[in-house]
Design a binder for this molecule. Structure first.
Ligand SMILES: Cc1cc2nc3c(=O)[nH]c(=O)nc-3n(C[C@H](O)[C@H](O)[C@H](O)COP(=O)(O)OP(=O)(O)OC[C@H]3O[C@@H](n4cnc5c(N)ncnc54)[C@H](O)[C@@H]3O)c2cc1C
Length: 502
């Protein structure tokens, strides 16, 4: 029996392991072992159930707290695992985004699709932008394309940073007030470095197809409305939102995959410290001193960890992996008594633009965004700190980070200044967010070309073709197809049981 070792037990590593289990069940002579250095599997999917001193409990997501329904991988896996019923849509009735401007919070105006206005009156009346900025944004309608792509060219051939693109099409204020916190903030990325081709190629494509972002988004909205009319939800069907999660938090997904793989095939609390190739055998040294051999290897770690592991395997590959930078961040979930929070709680989140110079990227109001996240009478929030411009803030102690977020909530939302959290914790994500900088896709092409030439090696994870959890799972599955082919096994199912009709 061939053995595949997978280093890293996050979404990508478990997505890979689960696919190998399916291959085994389909009759292939292969088995797998996952090695994860943390004590629990899930990587950036880290959910905790925390009791409230007065009864009830909180469902906390310290890392990823949502998946988008437009990417099918999670629904497919959840159906295979039998946990599709536990997928939970966000509470659409509270869907509202607030943006910090000075000491106040301004609601994201109606009709905005991402950072592009598609309705005139909300744009005219919003206090988010100055009048010159509003005219400048509207000019996107008339501005010519920067270049016309030659036939067969794609966004990758015309990569541009988020900053360059937005300032060129809609002006500096559009970037500073919304595009930076909304698009850059989500990736915890610096807009002056962030590759659009690798993150939002659709913006570049829209400019090509429609000559304008506003016209592109209007066309997209029209298409969505037509689809909704053509395929109305079936009566009694489970409603879906753009953002979704799992009833017991996102880790339910990785725990489900780990259970299906078999916990006996997963080592936790053990770090791989070196990888060598000995002919067709992969030899792994663990921090326990143990040495393990495998017929194939999938490295599903952060890029910086993969760099170290690949150094003795292929220097050029390690150098390319090292060229994918990362930024650190921390999330700070905290709960307050409702009586201490005399503010409107019908919103999902607050975005804090960098130009506001606050020690905070965003706040999620978890108890309003998701059902059953906190006991009645409690307000559960989650502060997000870090990103490339604010790495120094992460040197603070946990108590200081909690106090930083608490003070921001007092100042921005009018919470009682002496209100203390009923519960608070800090999740650190050191080097946790890969940065897709200009030219990222070219580097990934080269990484894949080099990996293709190394029999029995697969690379997977959020560092390559999408940081979203569904992308990570799919990257793990692609790595399995590659290494099984190297082992002489043609296995590529990617078929899911049909979606439930209820
Ligand atoms: C705060 C935060 C919020 C996010 N929110 C969302 C969201 O809402 N929606 C979304 O889709 N995405 C979100 N993301 C992104 C997404 O969660 C990640 O991109 C994804 O989970 C990464 O999965 P992965 O398997 O590639 O890597 P990871 O989850 O990082 O897993 C890699 C694993 O490898 C292990 N490892 C590393 N080196 C070794 C070694 N030498 N030996 C053994 N094990 C090792 C690590 O301990 C880690 O567990 C968020 C990310 C962060 C940090």
């Amino acid at each position: 029996m061939k053995r595949v070792i997978i280093i890293g037990g996050g979404a990508a590593g478990l997505g890979a392991a689960y696919k190998i289990r399916r291959a085994t069940e389909a009759g292939h002579d292969v088995d797998c072992l996952v090695i994860e250095k943390n004590d629990r599997v899930g990587g950036k999917l880290a959910s905790d159930i925390v009791p409230d001193p007065d009864g009830g409990e909180y469902v906390i997501d310290g890392g990823s707290d949502a998946f988008v329904s437009s990417k099918p991988a999670i629904g497919r896996i959840a159906r295979m695992l039998g946990i599709a019923e536990d997928m939970v849509p966000a509470c659409e009735e509270n869907k509202k985004t607030l943006i910090v401007k000075g000491k106040r919070l301004v609601e994201l105006p109606d009709g905005f699709m991402m950072f592009a206005p598609t309705k005139l009156i909300p744009l005219a009346t919003t206090p988010l932008y100055s009048w010159p900025a509003k005219f400048r944004m509207a000019a996107d309608w008339f501005l010519p394309r920067k270049v016309h792509w030659a036939p067969g060219e794609t966004a990758q051939d015309h990569d541009e940073t988020l900053e360059h693109f937005v300032v060129r099409r809609m002006g500096r204020e559009s970037l500073d007030r919304l595009a930076e916190p909304l698009v850059g903030g989500v990736h915890a990325s610096d807009p002056s470095q962030m590759s659009l081709a690798a993150t939002f190629p659709n913006f570049l494509e829209m400019e090509q197809e429609f000559g304008s972002l506003i016209r592109g988004f209007l066309a997209e909205r029209k298409k969505r409305e037509e689809m909704r009319k053509k395929y109305p939800p079936k009566p009694g069907a489970k409603p879906w939102a753009f953002f979704n999660t799992f009833y017991r938090g996102m880790q339910q997904l990785t725990d489900g995959m780990a259970d299906a793989v078999g916990r006996e095939r997963i080592m936790t609390g053990v770090q791989v410290i070196s990888v060598k190739r000995d002919g067709l055998t992969w030899r792994l040294e663990l921090d326990t001193g143990e040495v393990l051999d495998a017929d194939a290897l999938i490295v599903a770690t952060e890029a910086w960890a993969a760099t170290r592991l690949m150094r003795e395997v292929d220097d050029s590959l390690a150098d390319l992996l090292a060229s994918i930078p990362c930024s650190s961040s921390a999330t700070v979930p905290m709960a307050f008594r409702a009586e201490d929070c005399p503010f409107d709680t019908k919103w999902f989140g607050i975005l804090s633009p960098l130009v506001e110079n606050r020690p905070l990227l965003a706040v999620t109001l978890s108890s309003s965004k998701w059902p059953d996240r906190a006991p009645d009478g409690r307000v559960l929030l989650r502060g997000f700190i870090g990103g490339p411009a604010n790495q120094h803030l992460l040197e603070a102690t946990d108590d200081e980070l909690i106090e930083t977020v608490r003070l921001q909530i007092v100042e921005l939302l009018g919470m009682r200044p002496d209100a203390q959290p009923v519960f608070a914790s800090v999740y650190h994500w050191v080097g946790g967010m890969p940065q897709y900088t200009l030219g990222h896709l070219d580097r990934v092409d080269e990484i894949e070309r080099l990996t293709q030439g190394i029999p029995g090696l697969g690379l997977a994870g959020g560092a390559f073709r999408g940081v979203g959890v569904p992308n990570c799972i799919e990257s793990g599955e692609r790595a399995v197809t590659k290494v099984l082919a190297d082992l002489g096994m043609a296995y590529d199912e990617d078929t899911a049981p049909p979606a439930p009709t209820h």
